[in-house]
Design a protein around this ligand. Structure first.
Ligand code: NAI
Length: 343
């Protein structure tokens, strides 16, 4: 059996708790993964590193091409830039993929939600270029390049084909941001018309799109957005299926991929042992499925299937953490998943 080395970046806040939980489930599922641990953000500073994103962390991902990452805190205000954004930019992880699906046993206002949000991950307002023009006046720069707009559009259509999805909806605000969002839809339309005419395609202005989403999420399939819209839309969609505790994600580039939950470090519950590890666990199964695809390893696919069976059955049996209205703590949920993994 081949063993794949993956970098584990536990993060901070609830990150180490949910990372430990995933490690336990992976072990029980006999996932052929050897984790090596590296640090980023506050956790790196606490270990004496002088950089929020130490070179040995980035180098390890470049070497092994695959990582599972817990959340890293980004305090609001000056003097601390986001290590999450920096990692995505440094490794050129230009596509953020966030599947949002209704789960068995998790009752919400919505049924049959099955959406995939693809977010451009490297530019937009996340360029972090802000200027103090004069006292009391700040300008924040939204960057859009044709190369990145084309790249994410092409990636999304290819992904849709691979996943046998039917429709791509681009959410935008090109009526106001005529040049930047204008270029985003122009490139998406071009890729659709020239390369993937068989996949249904639509452009929806984002304010109306948000309204339509909460009226009937089943009218969408894959949602493609620039960076900031993708961030906001993913949390909105997370709320439709049970919240941030159940929404996984992946940041993918041509060479490397970093899998992480949509949620943050949840300082309000950190250290209490009650965080829901499911979002990171589902991100871990996405990682296994990618390895199954790209390295043609059946054992990764089997482990992912086992884990999925475990968590779906646990939820169906009402074995849930508190964010989902249950009573289990993190470890209790891990045990419930492990007990149900083999059917
Ligand atoms: P958050 O996602 O950390 O928390 C929002 C709410 O959801 C909180 O009430 C929290 O308790 C709850 N929650 C989140 N994950 C949960 C889980 N697994 N189980 C149970 N409840 C959960 O968002 P917030 O408070 O806006 O951000 C906190 C910090 O995390 C900030 O510094 C932010 O910059 C950072 N962050 C980091 C991300 C990353 O590393 N990729 C992503 C988002 C935020």
């Amino acid at each position: 059996m081949t063993t794949h080395t993956a970098v584990l970046i536990p993060g901070d806040g609830i990150g180490p708790e949910v990372s430990d939980a995933v490690k336990k489930v992976f072990e029980a599922a006999e996932a052929p993964i050897k984790f090596i641990t590296r640090y980023a953000g506050v956790a790196a500073l606490e270990r004496g590193k002088d950089d929020l994103l130490p070179a040995d962390t980035v180098d390890a991902v470049r070497e092994h091409h695959i990582a599972l990452k817990g959340p890293c805190t980004t305090p609001i205000g000056a003097g601390f830039s986001s290590v999450n954004v920096a990692l995505r930019k440094k490794l050129n992880l230009y596509a953020a993929v966030r599947p949002v699906r209704s789960l068995p046993g998790v009752k919400t206002r919505f049924e049959d939600v099955d959406l995939i949000i693809v977010r451009e991950n490297t530019e937009g307002l996340y360029s972090g270029i802000e200027n103090l023009i004069t006292d009391g006046v700040v300008a924040s720069l939204k960057v859009a390049t044709r190369v990145a707009c084309h790249r994410i559009a092409h990636w999304t259509f290819k992904y849709a084909t691979h996943r046998q999805r039917e429709k791509i909806s681009v959410f935008h605000k090109a009526n106001i941001m005529k040049l930047s969002d204008g270029m985003f839809i122009e490139e998406s339309r071009k890729v659709h018309e020239e390369d993937y005419p068989n996949i249904k395609y639509e452009e929806v202005i984002i304010d109306a799109a948000e309204m339509k989403l909460v009226q009937d999420p089943t009218q969408f399939d894959i949602i493609l957005c620039e960076n900031l819209y993708g961030d906001i839309v993913s949390d909105l969609c997370a709320g439709m299926v049970g919240g941030l505790g159940v929404t996984p994600g992946a940041n993918i580039g041509d060479e490397d991929a970093v899998f992480e939950a949509v949620h943050g470090s949840a300082p309000d519950i950190a250290g209490k042992g009650i965080a829901n590890p499911l979002a990171l666990l589902m991100s871990g199964t996405m990682m296994l499925n990618r390895l199954a695809d790209t390295r043609r390893d059946e054992n990764c696919a089997k482990a992912a299937e086992r884990i999925k069976l475990g968590y779906n059955q646990a939820l169906e049996d009402g074995q849930k953490t508190r964010d989902l209205g249950g009573e289990l703590n993190t470890n209790g949920f891990v045990q419930a998943v492990i007990e149900r993994m083999n059917g």
